[in-house]
Design a protein around this ligand. Structure first.
Ligand code: PLP
Length: 361
């Protein structure tokens, strides 16, 4: 088997894969394959119920917070959000810190006015803003940013934004990878396929007071009230993906021991790879400013594209999958999501040492 360093969908824990294997054939309590269980069954209602509880427990959210499982990925969220919130002519603040926040801005502009709180474009998205650099409006409908720019490997290690403007964050590539001050957000969304499960489901977490401010007359599929009232079963949901996410939350809670413990493990994985970059900075050229380095996506370049191609080919042959950088910027990206074991990063670090020596004997 290859070690999965892909930017997403990413590696899932071995024990979860084994449980899914069993469920594919038969979920014992039901007597059916997970692929054929009705979303209207009592069993699935329990799955959704427990998953909502597990998310609240892991993230330390109050019972009043809505936890939704929706379809359409993160793209659906950053598209429907402005459709919900910019209808009355208000404007929203956005940070442009990389590829995915650029996509979110592009979609939001179709629904209303935006104010750019900061852009990293002039620095080729090599760093994140300081608080002093952010230009934040006091009357914005909301403030949107991405906690971890998956493509560039930039991660906020603090919570930016004002407390008196609803803060909305795309946490697709770092939710459930570490604890956080989640109650400071009006809304959080994250697709599953990085740290939480397979593609097909997106977690949407809404604070009650913010939920009340959302319109209720939009078509059901883009209407948060309709989705919340239906407890994530507005239409046929992705039963398999939602069940997989439930298993990941059980694994995080029972086997790992919560977000503090997974954060320690994720930090160790990131340290292991960044150490190689720091020790050989003339060869492994890290893309992100040191203070803004992502603990999920380690992005770097090599002295030439030929050497990068050789690296990728030899890495593939040595059993490392998915190390190619995003198609928009190339280079190398090692994604080290929750499901990846620490030993895998040790093996990659060892490979990087050997590879470098073949060019710098
Ligand atoms: N936001 C972030 C941070 C991402 O990394 C991605 C994709 O990788 C997206 C949004 C788009 O997600 P989706 O394909 O689920 O629409």
């Amino acid at each position: 088997n290859q070690l999965n360093f892909s930017g997403g969908p990413g590696a899932l824990p071995e024990t979860v894969l084994q449980q899914l294997h069993t469920a594919m054939l038969c979920v014992p309590e039901v007597g059916l394959s997970i692929l054929g269980i009705s979303h209207r069954s009592e069993w699935f209602a329990q799955v959704v119920h427990e998953l909502e509880d597990n998310i609240r427990q892991l993230m330390g959210l109050p019972a009043t917070t809505r936890v939704l499982m929706m379809q359409g990925g993160a793209t659906q969220q950053f598209s429907m959000l402005p459709m919900n919130l910019l209808r009355n002519g208000q404007s929203a603040d956005y940070i442009h810190s990389g590829y995915w926040s650029g996509k979110a801005i592009h979609e939001a502009e179709k629904s209303g006015k935006l104010q750019l709180a900061w852009s990293g474009k002039a620095d080729q998205f090599g760093r994140l803003p300081t608080d002093a650099e952010l230009q934040l409006s006091t009357d914005a409908a909301y403030f949107h940013y991405i906690s971890n720019e998956t493509v560039e490997g930039l991660q906020f290690h603090r919570v930016p934004g004002r407390e008196d403007v609803p803060r909305i964050c795309d946490m697709s590539s770092d939710l459930l990878s570490a604890p956080g001050e989640f109650n400071r957000y009006a809304m959080i969304y994250a697709h599953a396929q990085k740290n939480i499960g397979p593609a097909g489901v997106t977690l949407v977490i809404l604070r009650d007071d913010f939920m009340h401010s959302l319109p209720s007359d939009l078509p059901g599929f883009i209407n948060y009230h309709a989705q919340a009232d239906a407890h994530s079963i507005y239409n046929t949901p992705p039963v398999f993906a939602i069940y997989s996410v439930l298993l990941v939350t059980r694994w995080l809670r029972d086997e790992i021991g919560g977000l503090h413990t997974i954060a320690v493990r994720n930090q160790a994985k990131a340290d292991c790879l960044y150490q190689v970059l720091d020790d050989h900075a003339d060869f492994y050229r890290g893309r992100a400013a040191v203070a803004d380095r992502s603990k999920m996506n380690v992005v770097f370049n090599l002295p030439s594209t030929e050497i990068e191609q050789a690296f990728l080919q030899q890495a593939r042959e040595a059993g490392f999958s998915g190390l190619n950088g995003h198609r928009s910027i190339g280079g190398i990206r090692a994604s080290i999501y929750n499901g990846l074991e620490f030993a895998a990063t040790e093996q990659l670090a060892a490979f990087m040492q050997v590879f470098r020596k073949s060019y710098q004997p």
